[in-house]
Write a protein that binds this ligand. Structure first.
Ligand code: 0O2
Length: 213
């Protein structure tokens, strides 16, 4: 099935190689801009507080097969305007922080920059998903400056603590295991929810130790 997806995409890319490559280059530039913004905030924070709020920053461009799958889910044809107007996570940045409090300070500083436009905010830390997933997601638009124009590009930024990231990475690996019975899957869901609760408690405990309460 994946091969079929790749074939469909290959046809599309061959039909419009330059516009597709151009679009992907813009997303790549936007990723570089956003990554730099967080590196700058990390430097400034460490100057004042003598510690880095950011543990790691990862960037990724959504794979061709994931783009196609998502468009198919939305019943949309594979066209560049459909990608640009409907998929807001082609460019993705994941910022992994030490403490939950750091996430909220970084989000505030980032969103108060005058070249960052907030499109959407989903706070799965305040309101975790039913399966226990916690993370704060932003969709923003930022400008990239090209030789003769300025273009606004959408980027998804996910903020997590180390514990939230640990849970999400392992949950993703476990859930994608094939050939499990319905009973085993239900059991796994329950166990993962328990793990999510443990991670939440761990984050709260670490925050308490840091603030000395
Ligand atoms: P990938 O490979 O990370 O790009 P949508 O974005 O429209 O599909 P939704 O649900 O509105 O759907 O977006 P949401 O809730 O903001 O979540 C999108 C991304 O968050 C996912 O991207 C994951 O990266 C992450 N995510 C959301 N829920 C879970 C979860 O339960 N477990 C884990 N491990 N990650 C999650 P993609 O597109 O699924 O994949």
């Amino acid at each position: 099935e994946n091969l079929k997806l790749v074939d469909a995409f290959t046809d599309f890319v061959e039909e419009s190689t330059l516009p597709y490559r151009q679009m992907m280059t813009y997303y790549n530039c936007a990723l570089m801009e956003v990554e730099t913004k967080f590196k700058v905030l990390n430097e400034q924070f460490s100057l004042f507080y003598d510690r880095n709020p950011i543990e790691s920053i990862h960037t990724r461009i959504k794979s061709q097969s994931s783009i196609l799958k998502k468009l198919q889910k939305k019943n949309l044809a594979l066209t560049i305007p459909n990608i640009e107007n409907n998929l807001f996570d082609i460019a993705g940045v994941r910022v992994v922080c030490a403490f939950t409090e750091d996430i909220y300070s970084l989000v505030n500083s980032f969103l108060s920059q005058d070249d960052v436009r907030l499109i959407e905010k989903k706070d799965y830390i305040q309101n975790p998903k039913e399966n226990g997933y916690r993370s704060l997601h932003l969709i923003v638009e930022i400008p990239i400056f090209l030789s003769d124009e300025k273009k606004w590009i959408k980027v998804e930024v996910q903020f997590r603590t180390i514990a939230m990231d640990f849970w999400a990475s392992l949950e993703h690996k476990i859930r994608y295991k094939k050939n499990l019975s319905k009973e085993r899957l239900d059991e796994i869901d329950k166990e993962l929810l328990e793990c999510a609760q443990i991670c939440k408690t761990l984050d709260e405990k670490m925050e308490e130790i840091k603030t000395g309460n």
